[in-house]
Write a protein that binds this ligand. Structure first.
Ligand SMILES: Nc1ncnc2c1ncn2[C@@H]1O[C@H](COP(=O)(O)OP(=O)(O)OP(=O)(O)O)[C@@H](O)[C@H]1O
Ligand SMILES: [Mg+2]
Length: 308
């Protein structure tokens, strides 16, 4: 896979981990993870741990110390919109920078991409997904749908068996991430102990609190070159308090959707002004743009049609 290995270092040599150019690239990704994702302290810690593991593994290799490739299949459990897919992308960059996988690509699948409708259709579908993910990360969203305990002839079982074979391949360069909501993932793993034992890294994503959601909102607004004026900031915080109590609240995704709707109302307001607009007009989201939400007239605010 890699080029000709250099001669091993002498037993009394010293290796500076930070001098590894891959380590420098990883440090950049980790710093971006810290700066661009709000909260998630324990997730960030786990990502760093995995990066350290691989860095030390590389250092050991330089001394000619062989050991088996660490198993890095993972589970990401957490509520909707807590950053699982986002972190998977960053994780893939890190694993790639440290030479664990060949490509930083994440191939996202759900049950329908793996399970066939008819007998004989499942294996080819699953193998195709594995082929597409090869050398990178296979991210199985809502993994528990693979397992239907009520239906013993379910083809999902076949998928799990094929995955297991692939995951047990020592020389394989595929990382499988099983993602989903915590309670159902627990049931899924306890029903599939063989699978569970091949997944050493369980990473839990907590729901965000209101302060974190507000920070996420500020970050998203700034990213899009908008800003809340002070009254809008207060209105949005008020909005979050209400939204968090509603059904289908989806953490950071709900924040993103809410901001999109603020932008719509801002555009409507600006067009209705019927006067020349300045830069300040165009970038500012006002309290009116927030309070226009139907959440404030006590009917359920609609979320976007499909989560994605
Ligand atoms: N900690 C965070 N800081 C800033 N933005 C975040 C954070 N977590 C998530 N987001 C943003 O929220 C949105 C939803 O995140 P993501 O899709 O990663 O969540 P998810 O856990 O995969 O959700 P689901 O379970 O519904 O698939 C994305 O636009 C992402 O950029
Ligand atoms: Mg997701």
């Amino acid at each position: 896979m890699t080029a000709e290995p250099p001669a091993p270092l002498a037993d009394d040599a010293r290796l500076d981990l930070s001098a590894d150019e891959a380590a420098a690239r990883v440090e950049t990704t980790l710093a971006a993870l810290d700066a661009e994702l709000v909260g998630l302290a324990s997730v960030k810690r786990r990502v760093r741990e995995i990066a350290s593991l691989l860095q030390v593994d590389r250092a050991r290799e330089r001394f000619g110390l062989t050991s088996s490739k660490p198993t890095l299949h993972m589970s990401f459990t957490g509520g909707p919109g807590t950053g699982k897919t986002t972190v998977a992308m960053r994780m893939a960059s890190i694993l790639h920078a440290l030479g664990y996988i060949r490509t930083p690509r994440v191939h996202v699948v759900t049950r329908d991409d793996l399970v066939g409708q008819f007998i004989g259709h499942t294996a080819p579908k699953t193998k195709e997904a594995l082929a597409r993910a090869a050398g990178g990360v296979l991210f199985i969203d809502e993994a528990y749908y693979l397992f239907r305990p009520e239906n013993e002839r379910d083809y999902g079982q076949e998928v799990i068996e094929i995955l297991l074979t692939e995951m047990e391949n020592e020389r394989g360069d595929l990382v499988v991430v099983f993602a989903g909501y915590p309670d159902r993932m627990g049931t899924f793993f306890s029903a599939n102990p063989g699978l569970s034992s091949r997944v050493p890294h369980h990473i839990a994503f907590e729901d965000y609190d209101r302060t974190e959601l507000m920070q996420i909102a500020e970050l998203m607004v700034a990213e899009e070159n908008f800003r809340f004026d002070p009254a809008a900031r207060e209105a949005f915080s008020d909005y979050l308090t209400r939204r968090m109590k509603r059904p289908n609240f989806s953490n950071a995704r709900s924040v993103r959707n809410a901001i999109e709707r603020c932008r719509l109302r801002q555009a409507r307001r600006l067009v209705a002004l019927d006067r020349p607009l300045g830069k300040a007009d165009l970038i500012t989201i006002t309290a009116e743009d927030v309070y226009g939400s139907s959440l404030f007239d006590d009917t359920t605010e609609q979320e976007g049609p499909a989560p994605g």
